[in-house]
Design a binder for this molecule. Structure first.
Ligand code: F6R
Length: 613
């Protein structure tokens, strides 16, 4: 949450910073700001409440020259979204400007201490203490900025990624991270800084991923220097990012979310390819390193947040069915603060699109300390979760920019099912015949999704009838109960219609009281092994005049005849239905949100990468 960009080089910093902020806007969009040091050594700071385009309006007619600068797009934690609380924050001496992503937990005590020293505070943020603390170290010790940042950070508890500039040292940026991500980009004539590689990808593919408690000095014309908080120099590795700039554009679609929904035939193929051997058999990445751990596991713990947690729930069904290993699915945010029983024969599967979710990281750390083996499923290369894991399977779907996760989810479900099949084949719980039939069906999924997407126009028209709904229920059973949860999450997060997902048979234990003629009930009811049970559950809804919207298998008439609207998917095996049935539900949520004129790609109060707990 919050996006940071920095530039130091021979060109003008502002265009690079603004473009970078737009690329990072998915991380937060409450306010934005920029600090630049111009050729005469003046430090100019501009801020605006709202999105990056508001900042662009605010700087019209201002001096935006300078070849060194830092910028920020905010997701508010401490202090409401306002210009006053927007970053960069400036030091009392007015020589330093600082941007921050994270939360400073001991900011109250630091603030009191600084107030006693005569420091005043202009914002309600935790961040402002950082810039004043660094200012205090600089002025009281006369040391340089690199050392002052290190000294100040040793007094700080919490999470941070920061960038600081100093008008008395106008050819430097000092950056540091702990908990929140930060990468440095190196090109021939400039150095870049960003919360992830996306703003840097169009200038260079050479990236350094900073580790926790590392501080970097970026000086014009020099290679970056990285040290620990204590000042010991660190040897870093320059890695290559494979992000293509075209992947960061909307490519003719109205929104990133729609583009990403339509990419799914390709992204599924890419994710599948990443888990296949040259001979076309399932071969999970890092398999040699983790095979024995999976085969000897007493239990598999699956942990994640949000949409990725729904993928974890599907994996429980798959792993227990195909590999017969007991699974527990844990919200990372709950797991980390319980005293869970973790044994060294446990394997934890951590699932995260961004690879930076703070709670998932903490859950991994806890499991690792207790001897569990960590296998992660991630999308963003080089992010913190794969680096903390013992082994990782990347999903290879390219950047997901729409805040509502779509293509990441289907790829996660695919590779988790593939993992379940691989373990089941290996431990003999799954017969070769079953394995072959399921993998053959798996190869048809991209084509199936292409046919589902042909219903886009029809779903768009039907979605208009849902725009006035205040609530909606989503029902599914078995492998499709998590799809009911995920469908409901998609609707609520982008259209702000209250929606709940339930296992269909649970309705009669309470929620059925909500059913009336104006409650849309979305049922996920393809012809799987629980179809007949599901039909009975749907009839309980129609008997009470609920409005049924159904996802069914092509050719179905039973559910179609009692539904107001049906969306169809091709017939497939139970374990693959989640991947097919979520597609119409993604489209439904998208079109309802568009019809309600909601900001689909940047829903209110949300940010894509949740790097604070
Ligand atoms: C919802 C959504 C979120 C994320 C959650 C975890 O559409 O995207 O619920 O799934 O914040 O994020 P990752 O997968 O990056 O750990």
């Amino acid at each position: 949450m919050c996006g940071i960009v920095g530039y130091i080089g021979k060109a003008q910093a502002f265009p690079v910073l603004i473009k970078g902020l737009h690329r990072l806007e998915y991380r937060g969009y409450d306010s934005a700001g920029v600090a630049l040091i111009n050729d005469r050594g003046s430090l100019n700071i501009y801020k605006a409440k709202g999105k990056v385009e508001e900042l662009e309006l605010a700087v019209e007619e201002q001096d935006i020259t300078g070849s060194v600068g830092i910028a920020h797009t905010r997701w508010a934690t401490h202090g409401e979204p306002s210009t006053r609380n927007a970053h960069p924050h400036c030091s009392r001496s007015e020589r330093l400007a600082l941007v921050h992503n994270g939360i400073i937990e001991n900011y109250e005590s630091l603030r009191k201490e600084l107030i006693l020293k005569g420091y005043g505070f202009r914002s309600d943020t935790d961040t402002e203490v950082l810039v004043q603390l660094i200012d205090d170290v600089l002025t009281s010790t006369g040391t340089d900025l690199f050392a002052a940042v290190r000294t100040a950070l040793q007094r700080v508890t919490g999470a941070y990624a920061i960038a600081v500039i100093d008008k008395q040292n106008p050819k430097q940026i000092v950056a540091a991270r702990k908990g929140s991500p930060l990468v440095v980009g190196i090109s021939n004539d400039a150095l870049y800084l960003a919360s992830d590689a996306t703003p840097i990808a169009e200038y260079t593919s050479d990236i350094i991923y900073l580790d926790n408690e590392q501080v970097a000095l970026l000086e014009e014309g020099q290679q970056p220097i990285v040290s620990t908080l204590k000042g010991e120099q660190v040897t870093y590795t320059i890695r290559h990012t494979d992000i293509a700039v075209g992947q960061l554009e909307k490519n003719g679609f109205e929104h990133y979310m729609l583009k990403e929904i339509f990419e799914q035939p390709d992204t599924l193929q890419q994710a599948m390819q990443g888990c296949m051997s040259a001979a076309g058999d399932i071969q999970m990445p890092d398999w040699d390193r983790c095979k024995q751990r999976f085969l000897n596991a007493d239990r598999i713990l699956l942990t994640a947040c949000g949409t990725s947690w729904h993928a974890a729930l599907i994996a429980k069904y798959a792993i227990e069915q195909f590999a017969h290993i007991p699974c527990e699915v844990e919200y990372a945010s709950e797991f980390r603060y319980r005293q869970p029983v973790i044994k060294d024969r446990d394997v934890m599967i951590a699932i995260s699109q961004s690879g930076e979710t703070a709670d998932t990281l903490a859950a991994i750390e806890l499991a690792k300390q207790n001897g569990a083996f960590i296998y992660s499923i991630c999308n963003v290369q080089g992010s913190s979760i794969p680096r903390l894991s013992d082994a990782c399977c990347y999903t290879h779907i390219g950047p997901e920019i729409g805040v509502a996760s779509t293509k990441a989810f289907t790829a996660q479900v695919l590779v988790l099912n593939m993992l379940a099949l691989a373990i089941g084949k290996e431990n003999g719980h799954l017969s070769l015949k079953q394995y072959t039939s399921l993998t053959n069906e798996m190869r048809r999924l991209p084509q199936y999704i292409t046919t589902i997407l042909l219903q886009n126009e029809r779903i768009a028209k039907a979605a208009r009838t849902l725009t006035f709904a205040a609530d909606a229920l989503y029902l599914g059973r078995g492998f499709l109960y998590p799809i009911a949860l995920e469908g409901a999450l998609k609707l609520k997060e982008i259209s702000y219609i209250h929606a709940e997902g339930y296992p269909a048979a649970e309705m009669k234990h309470g929620p059925i009281a909500l059913v009336s003629h104006d409650l849309p009930v979305v049922v996920v009811a393809p012809k799987d092994s629980l179809y007949d049970k599901m039909v009975s559950n749907i009839r309980e809804i129609t008997a009470r005049h609920g409005r049924v919207i159904a996802v069914v298998t092509e050719g179905d008439t039973q559910v179609r005849d009692i539904s107001e609207l049906t969306m169809t998917v091709p017939p497939t095996a139970d374990c693959w239905y989640p991947i097919l049935t979520i597609i119409p539900l993604q489209l439904l949520a998208y079109h309802v949100a568009v019809a309600k004129d909601c900001n689909v790609d940047q829903p209110r109060n949300l940010a894509k990468s949740v790097t604070v707990e």
